[in-house]
Design a protein around this ligand. Sequence first.
Ligand code: PAF
Length: 274
Amino acid sequence: MRIVTTLPALAQALQPYRHPAVVPTMGNLHEGHLDLVRIAKPLGDVQVATIFVNRLQFGPSEDFDTYPRTFAADCAQLEAAGCDLLFAPTEATLYPQPQGFKVAPPPELADVLEGQFRPGFFSGVCTVVLKLLACTQARTAVFGKKDYQQLMVIRHMVDQFNLPVRIIGADTRRAADGLAMSSRNGYLSATERAQAPQLHAALQTLAQAVRAGQTNFEALQNDAMAQLRTQGWQPDYVALRRQADLGPAQPGHALLALAAARLGSTRLIDNLEI
Ligand code: PAF
């Protein structure tokens, strides 16, 4: 695997290729990220991963400074997964001046759910993803469905800006006990880690009730929030939405159950397609 950190070196490394298949990440990689690399590998003529912890998508009280940076281990894992080229820019490379131009995703997509609790998050994500897709000359890009809303916002951005990139969503990789893999799982204490699958379990209970025909979605959401609170979580939201556009859930549509909740000081998110 070749590693490049500058834009000229990236352009030079990409020169022989016509169809880069790109996996953008913030590093601290786990099996979920490596799945994305393995999915991307046959979809292009070169598989490119990026590692960049993007300041723009962190709120002032969020974990930008403490976000785990594990570059050497990440490189070894990417290499073993078959990645061909890693672009790992510094902040000075990707943001040589303060980023004045920013993508402003539409409020109905980006100010709800995660966006309600993390103002500016999706603008930061879209801005860096737009830049990374441009720099890597991506023709395919793979993102995890664990960040379902992020995947949807990126799909809409790519569509509305007519970017020549095919966006692929990859299923969430889970630990044997159901916990969705996430870099932030590393913040959990041993006791919290043992408790963490409760988030997935709450979504499963909700999904089972919907599959069984229950249609009082508000009551189901409230029950799931109450269950999590009883178990010691501080939920931001548990929500049933339409899969297609994250609009209000309606019977007869393909639905998605999403949740975000804090366990101690760690905020986890998860979702289930119903
Ligand atoms: O999902 C992530 O790791 C990040 O939000 C992304 C897409 C790499 C943008 O920084």
